[in-house]
Design a protein around this ligand. Structure first.
Ligand code: UDP
Length: 487
């Protein structure tokens, strides 16, 4: 007789590489190592351009790994205020996609017992579907536990506020695990209760409380204090349990085998290169680009710099303001003569590098990073210490975790009146990480974290055990649910 169908997990990812990639990796492991079946669902309709090439590639490689994928048709997005932020549009898109997702879930559930519904941290609006269908609902949190603690605190501080009213957060917050944040370091949207996004983020955070638990893309050694604090909160029943089950780092398999970056790195000495990249969307102003260039030039180290088009108006996250100048050449914005003067020891590439391969290359010594959480985990997983250069979103929280707690980064501060990080700070931070005493401690600590990241998913590793515990509960519920005829 045929084997009974495996219990089926449905993961719901918002359409950005930063969410899709780690969830794809989670789905892959649920299928390959935990005996579950999985479908990764995502959305279209947020940008006119549709899913980017990297997301499309991530999805198609999943199908080869036995994970089903589904892309929900675009839900109509009319009625949004002009100039709405991309996060606002995303919350709307997801809320309006619930009926389609319900239909999909019923479809999947008619062929196999549903094990769990796992939306990501922007998609908590679909959690009620888990209750409706009688399956566990777990939220995938693609960023640090520290950020989850921050959101929890922000929501608690708004408990008891009159409906529709939102309270300002204090100027500074000391979070469990010993991370202190000042207002300017709060994640975008949390700085001022007057911004419309603030209310949306608090409401999203309120929805988190309906989750049966959180699967967090981090691992114990990265933020032990936050693991302990959230464990206590779960024991006291004040917050759903949070399981550190990462790091989910993309494998380099999908990246271009032949790349000018790798060919260039192959020709550089071991541990000599500073890799500079600000993620899939980070942009610097023209002035800040010039300071960074001068810092790299004055510092004298070898470098590989992924250069993006500069931000010309200081704003790039408004809906509809996608870069119209994508075809123009970002390298043309570098200071006059910079490329010629540094050609013997530096490589600047436009827009994109195969980052996982770059970070794991023996020539790479230091990563000047915007601290997107995926980049941070990729860096740690390769044992590469960082210069933390956060730009937006929750990157300043990540930078605080990395530099103040995890000890995997040094963070230069803008010391100048114009708010730019000057060439001296750039050169000094890189020099310290390459040659200094403090830098040596950061390098050693990053090496320790690399080892911890390596064993987190080995048999008996902490993340793997946490995920097995949760998966065991899902399976029990799936088969129990079936016996009760819940589906
Ligand atoms: N990435 C890459 N090459 C680049 C820039 C980014 O491969 O030139 C990948 C990077 O490895 C990471 C993701 O894109 O997996 C960026 O995610 P992250 O959370 O670091 O930042 P975001 O782009 O979401 O700000």
């Amino acid at each position: 007789a045929d084997a009974p169908p495996r219990p089926h997990v449905v993961l719901v990812a918002s359409p950005s590489a930063g969410h899709l990639n780690p969830m794809a990796e989670l789905a892959r492991r649920l299928v390959a190592r935990l005996g579950l079946a999985a479908t990764l669902v995502t959305f279209t309709g947020l940008s006119a351009a549709g899913p980017d090439a990297h997301s499309t590639a991530a999805l198609s490689s999943l199908r080869d790994a036995g994970v089903d994928t589904a892309v929900l048709p675009a839900a109509p997005l009319e009625g949004l205020p002009a100039g709405a932020r991309v996060e606002t549009a995303l919350f709307e898109l997801i809320a309006r996609s619930v009926p389609r997702l319900r239909a999909l879930l019923r479809d999947i559930g008619s062929a196999a017992p549903l094990a769990a519904l796992v939306p990501d941290s922007f998609a908590a609006a679909v959690l009620p579907l888990a209750t409706e269908l009688g399956v566990p609902g777990y939220l995938f949190f693609p960023v640090s536990l520290c950020l989850l603690s921050f959101v929890r605190r922000a929501v608690e501080l708004n408990d008891g506020a009159a409906p529709g009213e939102y309270r300002e957060l204090p100027d500074a917050l000391r979070l469990p695990g010993g991370v202190s944040l000042r207002r300017e370091d709060y994640a975008d949207g949390f700085q001022s209760s007057k911004e419309p996004l603030y209310a949306q983020l608090i409401e999203e955070g309120r929805r988190y409380r309906a989750a049966d638990g959180f699967l967090v893309n981090t691992f114990y050694e990265m933020e032990p204090g936050n693991v302990e604090e959230l464990r206590q909160a779960a024991e006291q029943g004040t917050f759903p349990p949070a399981y550190p089950v990462g790091p989910f780092v993309r494998s380099s398999c999908g990246e271009d085998a032949a790349s000018p970056c790798i060919e260039w790195l192959d020709r550089q000495p071991t541990g000599s290169v500073v890799y500079v990249s600000f993620g899939s969307a980070g942009t610097l102003s023209v002035e800040q680009t010039a300071e960074l260039a001068a810092g790299l030039e004055d510092g004298g180290h070898r470098f590989l710099w992924v250069v993006r088009m500069p931000s010309l108006d200081g704003e790039h996250s408004d809906l509809g303001k996608t870069r119209a100048d994508d075809e123009s050449d970002p390298l043309a914005w570098l200071p006059e003569g910079f490329l010629d003067r540094t050609s013997c020891r530096g490589l600047a590439v436009a827009s994109w590098a195969p980052q996982v391969r770059v970070l794991s290359h023996p020539a790479t010594a230091v990563f000047v990073s915007h601290c997107g959480w995926n980049s941070a985990l990729e860096s740690v997983a390769s044992g590469v210490p960082m210069v933390a250069w956060p730009l937006r979103a929750e990157q300043r929280v990540n930078a605080a975790v990395l530099s103040e707690k995890a000890g995997a980064a040094l963070r230069p501060r803008a010391a100048r009146a114009d708010g730019l990080i000057g060439r001296e700070e750039v050169a000094a931070a890189v020099r310290e990480l390459m040659e200094g005493e403090k830098g040596r401690a950061v390098r050693r600590r990053t090496g320790d974290l690399r080892q911890a990241a390596d064993v987190a998913w080995a048999p008996e590793g902490s993340s793997r055990r946490a995920m097995e515990e949760v998966a065991g509960r899902w399976k029990a519920a799936a088969f129990g649910g079936r016996a009760r005829g819940a589906m």
